[in-house]
Design a protein around this ligand. Structure first.
Ligand code: AMP
Length: 175
């Protein structure tokens, strides 16, 4: 199955010059969604990972399915101000301004082996901040998996420089 053909591209969204890679069309496709989750799970079946960390919001859909399939727990990495218990946060740069992600301080135990999941890696800012959060609460990041890689924006290289193996199911060049 050609998963890439199930991703919809929307030019100039949310602003001029951005090619938005919309995975909702892939999620809506029964066999496409199943295959996507299977491919995200496959390298980690029988591995030592103990939790999946999904990044808000599309990482929740995918990460939840992956955690279920691996019969392990799910950890939410959320945008600032959404988590009800004690959190730590990391701020990161956007093209204009900054953003912040948070994690519950007790959502990871020392020595937990964590797989990070999100839909897409662009500059890697969000994922790098998530790696930092997980490390700060004592977890070990054993990998980060995404459906889509935008290689020209350098996110994969950035995570690999942090010692995190990256896996993606497809890439769109030139963005
Ligand atoms: P970044 O922190 O730059 O790696 O951005 C990653 C986050 O922004 C992911 O959660 C994506 O959902 C979203 N994102 C960034 N660029 C795009 C794009 N061209 N199409 C769709 N989503 C994007």
């Amino acid at each position: 199955m050609d998963l890439k053909s199930l991703v919809r591209t929307i030019p100039n969204y949310p602003k001029d010059g951005i090619m938005f890679r919309d995975i909702t069309t892939l999620l809506e496709h029964p066999a496409g969604f199943r295959r996507t989750v299977d491919e995200l799970v496959q390298p980690f079946a029988g591995s030592s990972i103990t939790r999946v960390a999904g990044i808000e919001a599309r990482g929740f859909i995918l990460g939840g399915a992956v955690a279920h399939q691996l019969s392990i727990g799910f950890v939410a990495v959320r945008k600032k101000g959404k988590l009800p218990w004690q959190t730590i946060s990391v701020e990161y740069e956007l093209e204009y301004g900054t953003d912040e992600v948070e994690i519950h301080i007790d959502s990871v135990e020392a020595g937990d082996q964590i797989l990070i999941i999100d839909d897409l890696i662009a500059t890697g800012g969000t994922a790098a901040a998530s790696v930092q959060l997980i490390r700060e609460v004592g977890g070990e990041v054993v990998g980060a998996s995404f459906i889509v890689d935008l290689p020209d924006l350098g996110g994969r290289a950035r995570l690999e420089d942090m010692g995190v193996p990256v896996r993606t199911l497809m890439s769109f060049e030139g963005d």
